[in-house]
Ligand binder design. Structure first.
Ligand code: ATP
Length: 377
């Protein structure tokens, strides 16, 4: 890597190349050495990748969250700014870019890994050739959703297996986005599916409009909204009660694998939403009841499962070519995950694999306490 040149192109806040590149990890992708930033540093996003030919694929920026919808939106957006609200989908972030030695574009996960499954699905679901012929320096930022992905499992009506939604198109080196309307037009032209657009609002209208949107999304057990300035330069997110409860249920099903911060932040989101949204005492009690269930029931189930000697972890089902699924399992194991394949069969001409990412810490700790171990508080 030409460190000086890459340093200039990354436009970071570090004072010299060494200060920035000491945070990059060296990895191998298809026999090629790449440099990846595992955490955001000096203004450069997590998951930023520099490939062998010094091509840069910038990480996707972190989207801030408001806890108090009304006050948060009012202070986040300028008074004369148009706010565009789109659905926030619950899948996983993928950046697709025409880089690397392969003839076809690659798909990068948030952490900067080239995932073979995600790459195959992005190539299958999006007609990438014409797009990258015309826009070789851009990256498509998308969410892979559906019940059959290796990183998320949220169900969406009409998605039996997996689907993709492009929510951003950016310059892959600078990270500069297209405006929301520019991107929506562009994606339409190339036939790329996108998240739902709820509307364009004046900041003063946003709280009331988004409150109504959030109620509907919550009824449909969907995740939330991302509110964006029209130029896409600033974004803020807000999520539903059902999403908070789902994430708490997930966290408490693996209580010793996910950190305390994960749990605390979900409860805090819920507390602020309840304070702002819940008018009646009865509604608040209902929320409190549901919150308690989403914490206690999965945790008890996990303790009982460990006691019964069952494997505990995150379960996924994936579908595709035999080689693609072998490559996926190898990719996951390379990241030091313990993968137990629970079923491997053919269905409608595809191979289907059901596997568990074993939650080693949860199993070990729960077993230790069940055996009478003491808990240091
Ligand atoms: P952070 O944004 O702080 O990195 P995170 O990685 O936990 O947090 P989320 O809380 O899930 O991510 O929220 C941000 C993610 O939401 C984006 O990275 C993107 O993958 C996803 N997303 C889904 N729908 C949209 C959308 N319409 N616009 C922008 N992002 C979206």
């Amino acid at each position: 890597m030409d460190e000086r040149a890459c340093f200039e192109r990354l436009d970071s806040t570090a004072s010299d190349p060494a200060g920035l590149f000491e945070h990059f990890e060296q990895r191998t992708v298809g026999g090629e050495t790449v440099y990846v930033l595992p955490d955001s540093r000096h203004g450069v996003e997590r998951g930023t990748v520099i490939l062998g030919d010094d091509a840069i694929v910038r990480g996707y920026p972190s989207i801030p969250r408001v806890l108090a919808l009304d006050a948060g939106v009012t202070s986040f957006f300028e008074t004369d700014e148009t706010v565009v609200a789109e659905e926030k989908l619950d899948g996983f972030n993928v950046r697709v870019a025409a880089v690397g030695g392969s003839d076809e574009p690659l798909a990068f996960t948030r952490g900067g890994y080239v995932c073979p499954y995600t790459t195959a699905k992005a190539r299958e679901l999006l007609d990438l050739g014409p797009f990258f012929e015309n826009h070789p320096k851009k990256m498509l930022c998308a969410e892979l959703i559906g019940p059959e992905t290796p990183y998320s499992t949220h169900d969406y009506d009409g998605v039996d297996s997996y689907a993709i939604r492009v929510f951003d198109v950016r310059d892959r080196e600078s990270g500069d986005p297209f405006s929301v309307s520019g991107r929506r037009d562009l994606c339409e032209r190339y036939g790329f599916p996108q998240p739902r657009l709820f509307g364009r609002y004046e900041p003063t209208e946003v709280p009331e409009q988004i409150h109504a949107v959030i109620d509907d999304l919550d009824d449909a057990e969907r995740e939330g909204v991302v509110m964006k300035t029209a130029d896409s330069e600033s974004m803020v997110k807000y999520t539903t009660e059902s999403q908070h409860h789902d994430e708490l249920a997930y966290a408490f099903s693996l209580p010793f694998d996910l950190g305390r911060d994960f749990v605390f932040s979900r409860i805090t989101r819920e507390a602020f939403q309840a304070a702002e949204f819940d008018e009646s005492e009865e509604r608040l009690r209902e929320r409190a009841h549901d919150l308690g269930e989403s914490i206690l029931l999965p945790a008890v189930e996990t303790i009982r499962d460990v006691d019964a000697g069952e494997t505990v972890g995150e379960r996924h089902r994936v579908r595709g070519d035999a080689d693609e699924l072998d490559a996926l399992l190898e990719h996951l194991r390379d990241q030091s995950l313990t993968i137990e394949v629970e079923a491997d069969y053919r269905e409608k001409g595809h191979r289907v694999v059901e596997f568990c990412k074993v939650a080693e810490s949860t199993i070990d700790r729960v077993q230790y306490y069940l055996d009478g171990g003491t808990y240091d508080e």
